[in-house]
Design a protein around this ligand. Structure first.
Ligand code: GLY
Length: 368
């Protein structure tokens, strides 16, 4: 399979490549050497991914002339914490690592966000590279420079924008993902397609059976298309301050509330986002110009990708309360990305009373 190269061009940061293809991990040292001249690479990974790929990554980095060091954190969201970040900063200081170090994030979204935050803050910023190993991280979190950790009060409340020097998405590593992790990544691909264009959406609709069956070429194309979409969005609005990057939050307003109310980990991020997309499209029919056939086409796509409607509901007031705790709320108003059509979207501030009415209808639809 040819390796796709997508360039992310951001106004105030050096541009960087996202490489998508097979067998990239074994050659990672060469890819990183093209864009980085550090002596030392510190690989941050977790207890699930490290045993699978750390040795190959270290061997390739050593071959490319890097001194390699590694830190393994426990797998799971709990590692995105101030305590774990503090341990890594201290370990780096004890190792006397200078500003010249390259931090390599080898893992899924948790490792990418944590290692990126370390790179953004250690000695006021050192270089970092993303080697995403989950479908979700390849299509979303590894691209665009959002890094951070969680607080007890909420997810991603402390962080920084820090663009990597390179993202290396090796599709060969996806074979070890569970069906659930696969579907989780598919939700963000579907989100990108609905927001991006008819062309991406209809391609994905046709490709969905092969993507769900984890066909490698189809997956590589879906990843590359999602990365192109995301690269264009972040090129226009790196810091989500120009009203463009907000489109990436499609499905996330209800999605984040579901994750919080059900207890983090009960549903995958993708399962919650897919449910949020179903809700937002229906809200769009009522409150925007969304045609009903968009709802049907999106439902069909999500079903095909193994993301059926969730068997979960909660009291409308509790959902509204959870939504208001999200950092995306502005002036106390809950904001939704609504699909005005495939490839067209708007952000709407929905009045509490109207939202409660629609959340009530959503909760009742789960009773049958
Ligand atoms: N995952 C949403 C963003 O990168 O903005």
């Amino acid at each position: 399979m040819a390796i796709a190269r997508i360039v992310v061009n951001i106004a105030d940061a050096p541009s960087y490549d996202v490489r998508v293809g097979t067998d990239i991990v074994e050659s990672i040292g060469g890819y990183l050497r093209e864009v980085n001249s550090s002596d030392t690479a510190l690989i941050v990974t977790d207890g699930h991914v490290g045993p699978l790929y750390l040795d190959s990554v270290k061997a390739s980095l050593a071959e490319a002339g890097y001194r390699t060091l590694d830190i393994t954190v426990p797998a799971g969201e709990d590692s995105k914490s101030l305590a774990v970040a503090g341990e890594i900063w201290s370990a780096m200081a004890n190792l006397k690592l200078s500003r010249d170090v390259l931090v390599v994030a080898l893992g899924g979204g948790v490792v990418g966000d944590l290692a990126g935050f370390i790179a953004a803050t250690y000695m006021r910023g050192v270089a970092f590279a993303q080697v995403p190993t989950s479908l979700l991280a390849m299509v979303d979190s590894s691209v665009g420079g959002k890094t951070g950790i969680n607080l007890d009060q909420g997810k991603n409340l402390v962080g920084s924008f820090k663009q990597p020097v390179c993202v290396c998405a090796d599709t060969s590593v996806l074979s070890t993902l569970s069906e659930r992790e696969w579907a989780c990544g598919c939700a963000e691909i579907a989100k990108s397609a609905v927001i991006d264009s008819d062309e991406f959406f209809f391609w994905l609709t046709d490709a969905a059976p092969l993507l769900a069956a984890r066909d490698e070429n189809t997956a590589a194309e879906a990843i590359a298309r999602s990365v192109v979409f995301k690269a264009n969005v972040v090129a226009e609005d790196e810091t989500e301050s120009k009203g463009v990057r907000e489109c990436l939050n499609y499905g996330h307003t209800l999605g984040h509330a579901i994750e919080a109310l059900a207890g983090f980990g009960t549903f995958s991020h993708g399962e919650a986002v897919a449910e949020g997309m179903r809700f937002a499209a229906r809200l769009g029919v009522a409150c925007s110009s969304t045609p009903t056939d968009v709802v049907a086409a999106q439902d069909e796509l999500l079903d095909e990708l193994g993301l059926p409607s969730l068997a979960f509901s909660a009291e409308p007031e509790a959902v509204l309360d959870a939504m208001k705790g999200d950092k995306k709320v502005r002036g106390g108003q809950v904001r939704f990305v609504l699909p005005r059509d495939i490839g067209r979207w708007e952000v709407a501030e929905i009045d509490d009373a109207i939202l409660l009415e629609h959340l009530g209808a959503w909760a009742r639809s789960k009773e049958v």
